[in-house]
Design a protein around this ligand. Structure first.
Ligand code: AMP
Length: 212
């Protein structure tokens, strides 16, 4: 199955851009972080296993991530937009073995800017919509535009956990940039621009590849 991938430091806008691209090209959007949080909320066996790991800001073991990827695939969709996957080299190798990766979009953003964005992020605990009180405010302060629920700060967006997640990113995920660059499928995108400008650049690249 064909797929596109979003890589980038936490707060670089992967989730937002992956959502926009998947809607535009009608691919399934798979966000591993959201799927894991859903398991935690439902208190499933997997959720209970990963709850503390996520709370600390550490990475969930690869085998559990593969389990969740496989169980979330929708065979009726023509392709997938992965967001938050892969995050380790083992995951990257799994990805290229199991999927046809059309392009990897690396959303580049400085560490200070990423931390500032994460600190101002708010999420809807009911439907998962994401907001930012500086750059992407809800229409009514602190309430979700989609379903009206009061917004919260994610537990792993607390300052101590943020610094751990950013460290994790530099230790593990940055190596993936090189892995995909060597395969000639990496596009580096400046994530400091406006959401719409970034989305247009990404859509342009994706649509050209899909036409081939
Ligand atoms: P995110 O919402 O993408 O920041 O993910 C939240 C948390 O879920 C991360 O801090 C990890 O604990 C876990 N997680 C998400 N994606 C992965 C992945 N591909 N590999 C391992 N852990 C992951």
């Amino acid at each position: 199955m064909q797929c596109f991938v979003f890589l980038g430091i936490q707060g670089s806008g992967k989730g937002t851009q992956a959502e926009l691209l998947s809607e535009r090209i009608n691919f399934q959007h798979i966000n591993i972080g959201d799927l894991l949080r859903e398991q935690v909320m439902k208190r499933t066996e997997l959720g209970l296993k990963v709850q503390d790991i996520i709370g600390r800001g550490d990475l969930v073991p690869d085998a559990l991530v593969f389990e969740i990827v496989e169980s979330s695939l929708n065979p009726d969709r023509k392709g997938i937009v992965f967001d938050g996957f892969p995050r380790t080299l083992v995951q990257a190798k799994y990805l290229v073995e199991h999927f046809e990766v059309l392009q990897v979009f690396f959303l580049e953003l400085g560490e200070d800017e990423a931390i500032a964005r994460l600190s101002s992020r708010r999420v809807c605990p009911a439907c998962g919509a994401n907001y930012n009180i500086l750059t992407n405010k809800p229409n009514k302060d602190n309430f979700c535009d989609v379903c009206g629920t009061e917004l919260i700060i994610r537990q792993d967006d607390q300052p101590e956990v943020i610094s751990r997640r950013v460290k994790e990113f530099y230790e593990q995920t940055l190596a993936l940039k090189e892995f995909f660059a060597k395969r000639g499928i990496l596009s580096v995108i400046d994530a400091s621009e406006h959401i719409e400008e970034i989305a247009a650049k990404i859509a342009d690249i994706a649509e050209r590849l899909l036409k081939k």
